[in-house]
Each structure stands twice: as C-alpha cells, then as structure tokens.
Write a protein that binds this ligand. Structure first.
Ligand code: NI
Ligand code: MN
Length: 225
C-alpha cells in the first residue's frame, strides 16, 4: 500500500489492489497544498470531523467520482443530505470495507460543519490496509486513552497533529507517541497557517529520544508502506 501526504491533515492511501482512500482532503483554501482538488480521485473519503479544514474539497471531488464517505453518523448524514453516498459509523465501532478495516476512536475537539450545523463527535481513525495499521488521530488534544488505542491495535504508523493552538503541540504529541507506541510517528496539522507554526524536525528529534522513529513527509510525497 502507499501513503501520500498533502500537508495539513490530508492523506491518500492507495491499497495494493488500487483502491484510493482520501482522509480529510483540504486543498483549495490550504496555502500549503501541493495539488488541487481536480487532480485527485478516490473510491472512499474518510472525514475525521466536520471542520472546514478537514471536509475541505470533499464535495468537489465527490461530484466528479462519487466516493463513499466514511464518518461518524451525524457527519455521514450531512453528506447524505447533500446527495452523496456515506457509510455511517460511530466511535468505538469498526467495519470491514473492501480495502480493509476502519475503526473510529475518540478525539478531544469540536465539530461544526462549514454551514454551522452540528457535525457530531470529532473522531480519530484506525485503518488497517494490506496488513498495515495506521492511526490518524484527527484533530485532538492529548488524552491518556491513546495508550488503550495502542493496546487494542498494534499501530504501525501514527499520524498526529503537532501545530498546537487547535490541537496537541509538539511536546504533547511526543507524549502521545509514548502512550500509543507506534512503530513510526508522522507529524501533521502544522505550518498551514501562522497560528499553527511548528518545526516537524524538533518533533522528530524529540520522538527519536524516546526510541521511536518519526518520519517527516514532504508536501506531496508518497511512500510505500
Ligand atoms: Ni478541527
Ligand atoms: Mn483542523
């Protein structure tokens, strides 16, 4: 499988069978995005929560390729009301899709849709594709139950925010890695806007001191997992 990073919290996973899954695709109002929404297609779009920097260009992409949205019930219903296809889930629940397993976790944050209706609970997502398990935390502050999340599913790659202000900052993110014990930590949700400026290499160095590997992905970079 492949993992591509687009800056902010936006990633694309491509399974070995070619199924494309976008997570929080935010491009057009994202000054750091290396691609435009027109360049991407997906069979699935996973939304961690309803904020504009996560729903992003989902609907523009969906208008072109009709993906299945995956999110908490309230946000899935919002997608359905707008005329899209969605699979409703909720926190603590897992479901096996054709590409692999998705489990939603808690995240400590808010969730209002761009038109200011309630988006349900924010979530993180544990995703297992081709035998690789990723944990995209969504937007969240540090919480101790990350330890439990890491115990229930052995995490290969943890994708977590370091930008502070709206989410964990670097030091709390390092603690989050210590609690979850992934094989590799990948920072996200930083340097998109001045208020979330953070040095991913400072995060990488601090994580390395705990004995875990951190990987700083370039904007647009794709790696094979
Ligand atoms: Ni948010
Ligand atoms: Mn955000």
């Amino acid at each position: 499988m492949k993992l591509r990073y687009f800056s902010h919290s936006a990633f694309q996973i491509t399974s070995s069978s070619g199924i494309r899954i976008l997570i929080d695709p935010f491009f057009e109002n994202n000054p750091t995005a290396p691609v435009s929404a027109d360049e991407l297609s997906a069979e699935y779009i996973i939304l961690t929560h309803a904020h504009g920097d996560h729903v992003g260009d989902s609907f523009k992409i969906a208008d072109r390729c009709d993906p299945l949205f995956i999110s908490v019930n309230e946000l899935a219903n919002y997608c359905i009301e707008k005329g899209y296809r969605a699979h409703n889930m909720h926190i603590g629940g897992a479901f096996v899709f054709e590409f692999g397993r998705v489990k939603l976790t808690i995240a400590h944050h808010g969730s209002m849709t761009p038109d200011n209706t309630y988006g349900g609970s924010p979530a993180g997502v544990v995703l297992s594709v081709d035998g690789v398990t990723l944990y995209h935390t969504g937007d969240t502050g540090l919480f101790y139950d990350m330890k439990l999340i890491g115990e229930r599913d052995k995490i290969d790659y943890m994708l977590l925010p370091i930008g502070d202000n709206f989410t964990m900052g670097i030091d709390d993110a390092v603690k989050a890695v210590e609690l979850t014990e992934p094989r590799v930590a990948i920072p996200m949700h930083y340097n998109t806007f001045p208020v979330i400026e953070a040095d991913p290499h400072e995060f990488k160095d601090k994580v390395a001191r705990t004995g875990t590997k951190a990987l700083v992905l370039e904007y647009g970079e794709e790696i094979e997992l």
